[in-house]
Design a protein around this ligand. Structure first.
Ligand SMILES: N[C@@H](CCC[C@H](N)C(=O)O)C(=O)O
Length: 269
C-alpha cells in the first residue's frame, strides 16, 4: 500500500501531513512516526500530522512530535492544515477545537482561550503562574501558560544569548512539569514586538513555534509588557498574535507546501 503525504512548513517549522479523512489507513504507532520524522532514515519533520474524519469539525488533527509522542496542539501545523483545506475550517485537536481561515497575511487561526491555573498547565504543585518561584541557571521566574499545550516563558535581555540547547532539555524534563513543557526564551523589543526562541517538547530547537508565540504573547500581556496585539519574531520569521477582549487568541502568519510524495507502508514498518 502506498501512502500519500504533503511536506509543509510554517516559518521553517516543518511537517509531514497525511490526509486520511477517508479513514483507510492502519494506526501510526509512535515507532513508525519516529522513523518517518527522522531526517536520516525517514522523510524528516518536526511534527507528523494526520487528518482523520470528525463528527463535530471539518476534521480531526492528530499531532505527533518527532519523538513519536502524541500532543495536544501545534500552531504552525494548524495554519498548514488551514492552507491545505482552503476554506474556513474547524480542527478538532486534543487541546480543543480551533478555527482556521485564509487571510491576506496567510492563514489566521482562532486558537481559543489560554489556561492559566497551575493545575491547567499542569504544574506539579500550586504556585503563581505569572512568576514561578524557580530558576535554572540564568533562566528564572518563568510565566506558565497553556494554549492547548504547556509552555514556560522566560523574559530575558537577549534571547539569542541563552544556551537553550543545554537549558531547554533540563527544563523540559523537570519534575515540576508532569507532562513536560515547551521552553520559550523571549525578549521584549517594544510594546508591539517580541523576539522569541523555542525549545520544543519532544523535538528540540525549531525555527518557529506557533503555540510558543501565542503563549509568549499572553505572558507578556499578563505582565503588562506589551499591547494586546504584537508581532512575535522567531528565527524563521514573524507571526502576528492578538489576545482579544473575548479572551481568545488569534494567530496569523504564512504556511507553505514544500512538496508532495508517497511512500510504501512496509518501508516504515
Ligand atoms: N511546533 C508547534 C508545537 C508542537 C507541539 C509541541 N512541541 C508540544 O510538545 O507541545 C507549534 O507550532 O505550535
Amino acid at each position: 500500500m502506498r501512502v500519500e503525504f504533503t511536506k509543509m512548513h510554517g516559518l521553517g517549522n516543518d511537517f509531514v501531513v497525511i490526509d486520511d479523512r477517508a479513514d483507510r489507513l492502519p494506526a501510526f504507532t509512535p515507532e513508525r512516526v519516529r522513523m518517518l520524522a527522522d531526517r536520516h532514515v525517514g522523510i524528516g519533520c518536526d511534527q507528523f500530522i494526520l487528518l482523520k474524519p470528525s463528527a463535530d469539525a471539518t476534521c480531526r488533527m492528530v499531532i505527533h512530535n518527532a519523538d513519536g509522542g502524541e500532543v495536544e496542539a501545534c500552531g504552525n501545523a494548524s495554519r498548514a492544515v488551514g492552507l491545505l483545506l482552503g476554506e474556513p475550517a474547524t480542527l478538532q485537536t486534543l487541546g480543543g477545537t480551533i478555527a482556521t481561515r485564509p487571510d491576506s497575511a496567510g492563514i489566521s487561526v482562532d486558537m481559543g482561550e489560554p489556561r492559566l491555573g497551575w493545575d491547567e498547565i499542569p504544574l506539579a504543585y500550586a504556585m503563581d503562574t505569572l512568576a514561578m518561584p524557580l530558576g535554572w541557571d540564568e533562566l528564572e521566574q518563568p510565566v506558565a501558560v497553556n494554549v492547548g499545550n504547556p509552555h514556560a516563558i522566560f523574559f530575558v535581555p537577549d534571547c539569542d544569548a541563552v544556551p537553550l540547547e543545554q537549558l531547554g532539555p533540563q527544563i523540559e524534563h523537570d519534575a515540576v512539569f508532569p507532562e513536560r513543557v515547551n521552553v520559550n526564551v523571549a525578549t521584549v523589543v517594544g510594546r508591539e514586538t517580541i523576539r522569541l526562541r523555542v525549545w520544543e517538547r519532544g523535538v528540540g530547537l525549531t525555527r518557529a513555534c506557533g503555540t510558543g508565540a501565542c503563549a509568549t504573547a499572553v505572558a507578556a500581556m499578563r505582565r503588562g509588557l506589551t499591547e494586546r496585539e504584537v508581532t512575535v519574531i522567531l528565527p524563521g520569521g514573524p507571526l502576528r498574535i492578538g489576545w482579544g477582549a473575548d479572551n481568545r487568541i488569534t494567530m496569523t502568519g504564512p504556511a507553505t507546501v514544500s512538496f508532495r510524495g508517497s511512500f510504501a507502508w512496509d518501508d516504515f514498518a
